[in-house]
Design a binder for this molecule. Structure first.
Ligand SMILES: CC(C)(COP(=O)(O)OP(=O)(O)OC[C@H]1O[C@@H](n2cnc3c(N)ncnc32)[C@H](O)[C@@H]1OP(=O)(O)O)[C@@H](O)C(=O)NCCC(=O)NCCS
Length: 173
């Protein structure tokens, strides 16, 4: 799926509300700060590996700057609502490889948004010569690990003692 197609991509939540996905935009920095602030301390820790209470606005602006090729992010928003509720991103780290990360607001976790974002990122990555995703995951993050294991792709998991390095092959899906 291309970034253009993602603009029309939607996911219906179990309660009937709809989340629409779009590529991140360069003016999304403040919306990313609000998204992180609304997330629980535990979700923030699982995403950023520290108990940060707020996203530095300059860092948020940098996260919003993408080229949709080697650096790419999609966001999810409720229909008719400007707030960002879910973010998935990848950043190329080497030839054919990119690191991915997600943050879904707690209220919206478990509705399939992580899976949708993964597939959007994987489709965009494939168009840009990226064949493997990597992710740094805290060992206690069962949700993230279960999601990766359920994506139907070859996966390997290594530990450096404190963090798990997950590798997923995209081409074999
Ligand atoms: C981890 C995270 C990205 C998953 O996204 P999500 O939208 O909640 O997950 P989905 O609803 O798309 O579920 C995808 C799969 O994850 C697994 N999963 C989801 N919720 C789960 C739970 N509570 N327990 C175990 N596995 C779970 C399942 O395999 C699920 O597939 P299924 O629905 O077919 O059973 C999201 O919960 C999140 O942002 N967590 C906080 C931040 C974080 O951990 N970021 C990752 C750092 S890289």
């Amino acid at each position: 799926m291309t970034t253009e197609a993602a603009e029309r991509h939607e996911k219906q939540l179990r309660d009937g509300r709809r989340i629409a996905f779009r590529p991140i935009a360069s003016d999304d920095g403040p919306r990313l700060c609000d998204h992180v602030a609304r997330s629980s301390a535990e979700s923030r820790r699982l995403r950023f590996f520290k108990s940060t209470s707020r996203l530095d606005p300059n860092f948020a602006d940098r996260l919003a700057e993408v080229d949709h090729r080697r650096r790419c992010a999609f966001v999810g928003q409720l229909d008719g609502d400007d707030a960002i509720r879910a973010v998935g991103r990848y950043e190329a780290t080497g030839s054919g490889e990119a690191e991915i990360a997600f943050l879904i607001e707690d209220e919206f976790q478990g509705h399939g948004l992580g899976r949708e974002l993964f597939e959007l990122l994987a489709a965009n990555a494939a168009l840009n010569g990226i064949t493997r995703f990597t992710a740094m995951v805290l060992p206690e993050n069962r949700k993230m690990l279960t999601m990766f294991e359920s994506m139907g792709r070859p996966i390997s998991v290594r530990s450096d003692g404190t963090t798990l390095l997950v590798e997923l092959e995209l081409a074999a899906a």
